[in-house]
Design a protein around this ligand. Structure first.
Ligand code: PLP
Length: 429
């Protein structure tokens, strides 16, 4: 429990089955269900653990306008990974002073958009991770708030593909940071230093987190000693969430204590920027079983959601809890079905298109509704139209449509005219 009494995690089992079944009936599947009230609880727990720090929400985890409005209403700033996210944040009413754009090999169009936005919102902050990016901003007339992304040489994460802290793609090496910081301080409004280790800081990874923070604190003190004031020391996000039902909740207070201790005394302000932690347990994905097949090694439950609706299992071998909500009616599904090894497989012609493999679950039946847990972060955001498959709808727990379901017509709307001549049998599915 945290100060406001909210549980540190919401498990898949805590979602109301009846309510989810009703939403699937009304809006169809696959369907993302999102709970804004839970976003507020997670924001408050973060603010409680880091009362003196600037807490930024990493928007890429979930960019729905409602999420951006909610996190901002709870006092979080917004960290954006692209021009599109900056645009979303500003349109959601987040003021420039609470918007940071983290430029990673930024396409020219992103820089042009963000520098244009800066002219209207001169308080927004850009984070650059290469001297080249600093040059490109200068060439475009930008002389506003600029933060330096450092590569601290340590990373952390639940999968090698999400470990960013030590990869040369991200940030400038610690040895080159002082010279570049001094240069930024001369020509821009130097807004401090930034690093992000990767995603999935858990109890086991705290040592890496500590080491990253320690190096950042040391760099801040070195810069101050060189006469470069460091307004903010941003140590990134990556706060883990328990994807497995028996994983313990992240001890946020322990992370906060370790962070403060490793940072040491600094002149400026600490900043953190979690994404997943804010939204992972605010969302579930609902999918309907359409085909059941008894293979010798597993029972295959074919579903209408696969890797185009939720990419994380295919991309990161990510584990997401799955719960069979049955077809409704008078008996809870778990009571009268044997438990078998179930492989939940989507409709995409790729072997990786599985939501889980040989998971012990109640024997599936055609028409069952499955709920996939912790789908609020990087779920809808990574959805694609591969296989010309429309993206799911997203609704709030109260049934309000946040993002409507894509149609077959939507999927081909960018095609050159003539490539998308409608057929007479074509209804709007
Ligand atoms: C993705 C990202 C985050 C958020 O990571 P989470 O694992 O969702 O907390 C924070 N900062 C930067 C720079 C990122 O790229």
């Amino acid at each position: 429990m945290s100060d406001d009494g909210s549980p540190a995690v919401r498990r898949l089992g805590n979602w109301d089955a009846e309510g989810l079944r009703a939403l699937a009936e009304e809006h169809g599947t696959p369907l993302y269900v999102f709970d804004p009230a839970r976003v507020r609880e997670n924001c408050r727990r973060l603010r409680g653990a880091f009362p003196d720090a600037e807490v930024q929400y990493a928007a890429k985890a979930h960019t729905a306008r409602r999420t951006l409005e909610t996190v901002h209403d709870e006092g979080l700033a917004v960290e954006c990974a692209s021009a599109g996210e900056v645009r979303r944040a500003l349109r959601a009413g987040v003021p420039g002073e609470d918007v940071t754009y983290t430029a990673v090999n930024p396409p020219a169009a992103d820089l042009e958009y963000v520098v244009g936005a800066w002219r209207d919102h001169p308080d927004l902050t850009i984070t650059a991770g290469a001297a080249d990016t600093v040059d490109r901003l200068e060439e475009r007339g930008f002389d506003g708030r600029l933060r330096l992304r450092v590569n601290p040489g340590v990373g952390a994460g639940h999968h090698e593909k999400v470990v960013t802290g030590g990869h040369p793609k991200f940030g400038v090496g610690l040895d080159r940071a002082p010279a570049l910081a001094a240069r930024i301080d001369e020509s821009f409004a130097f807004a401090g230093i930034h690093a992000h280790a990767g995603s999935g800081i858990s109890g086991d990874d705290l040592a890496d987190h500590r080491e990253l923070v320690r190096r950042m604190g040391e760099l801040a003190r070195d810069l101050e000693a060189d006469g470069v004031p460091v307004e903010t020391v941003d140590v990134g996000g990556g706060f883990g969430v328990p994807y497995r039902e028996d994983d313990p909740a992240l001890d946020l207070d322990a992370v906060a204590d370790a962070t403060r201790e490793a940072l040491g005394e600094i002149e400026g302000q600490l900043a953190v920027e979690p994404g997943r932690y804010v939204v992972a347990d605010t969302g579930v994905l609902l999918t309907r079983v359409n085909t059941v097949k008894d293979a010798p090694e597993t029972v295959v439950a074919g579903t209408d959601a696969g890797m185009t609706a939720l990419l994380r299992p295919a991309m990161y071998d990510a584990f997401h809890a799955v719960r069979n909500l049955g077809r409704g009616g008078d008996r809870p599904v778990d009571a009268d079905r044997e438990t078998v090894g179930v492989t939940v497989a989507g409709p995409v012609c790729e072997t990786a298109d599985l939501l889980c493999e040989n998971r012990p679950l109640p024997r599936p039946a055609r028409g069952d509704l499955l709920a996939v847990g912790n789908a609020g972060a990087y779920g809808y955001e990574m959805a694609s139209t591969y296989n010309s498959r429309p993206r799911p709808a997203e609704v709030t727990l109260a049934g309000e449509v946040l993002r409507r379901r894509e149609t077959l017509a939507d999927v081909s709307r960018l095609d050159a005219p003539g490539d998308s001549t409608p057929h007479s049998h074509e209804g709007e599915p």
